[in-house]
Design a protein around this ligand. Sequence first.
Ligand SMILES: Cc1cc2nc3c(=O)[nH]c(=O)nc-3n(C[C@H](O)[C@H](O)[C@H](O)COP(=O)(O)O)c2cc1C
Length: 303
Amino acid sequence: MVNLAVQIGSLTLKNPVVAASGTFGFGREMQQWNDLSQLGAISSKGLTLNPRLGNDPPRVAETSGGLLNSVGLQNPGLQAFLATELPFMKSLGTTIIANIAGHSLEENVAMAEQLDATDVDGIELNLSCPNVSKGCMAFGSSAPMIEEVVRAVRAQTTKPLWVKLTPNVTSIADMALAAEAAGADAVSLINTLLGLAIDRKSRRPVLRNNTGGLSGPAVKPVALRMVWDVYRAVRIPIIGMGGIMNGEDAIEFMLAGASAIQVGTANLIRPTACQDVVTQMNLIAQSENMSRLSEYTGLMQPW
Ligand SMILES: Cc1cc2nc3c(=O)[nH]c(=O)nc-3n(C[C@H](O)[C@H](O)[C@H](O)COP(=O)(O)O)c2cc1C
């Protein structure tokens, strides 16, 4: 028997597999293919104070080994989340994380304050969405701004606080250090890499937003390198993601230093991906005589 549980600060996840924000909705559609109680956690679609329709279509485009999206934070708004989605999610028997993506410091603070009064298990502060004109990635690409926003959000909540970082920076380790200094309990990385797809015949971008965020297997080596960079810089746990398609990929992220992992784009290809990754990680650990999945964290031996 392998012990699958992992510890992220004060939060115990039953296993390291978290459904990544924006690829799992609020779990409603995914429950027809999955026993969602088998997942380590679900991170909600990115929330804003007011409902958002997101960007105009087309807003997804397939690329070689990846997906480019510019959904633009379509969501029902915090009040609808609290009234309808959170009670449903809390009934699923897994850890529920609210992913918040305010367009200003004040909006993030207001959402954190309201979430603090609920039974949500944790908050993932998204400082990394590349598809909106205000907030998000604009905060997440400056270490002083990360520190300011995280400190302000931290002051409003005692809930576990994960800060989600963008890869669209020169040094993601510096961004993680800023989040840690401001009181984050964990960092999650990576969000999507800013990209562009062009339709040669019309000579226009494929996405109506022009640019979008790249995810899926194409980004995995970049994500692994960033997890390793951050692992050597901070002491707080890392939730690693970017192109995880199976249990082997997930174990690689743990070897690089992640304490837990998230599965995103894979859900859009195979809706049972999260559950499959749990099963596969368990089998790999068994075959390698590991008694706990948490033992994999940071085991990579660099040359
Ligand atoms: C369609 C789509 C929507 C996403 N929406 C969000 C979001 O609302 N909030 C967020 O923090 N990340 C969002 N992401 C980023 C993912 O959570 C994840 O960080 C990224 O896709 C890398 O992981 P992957 O390669 O496994 O998909 C979205 C990704 C995709 C593909």
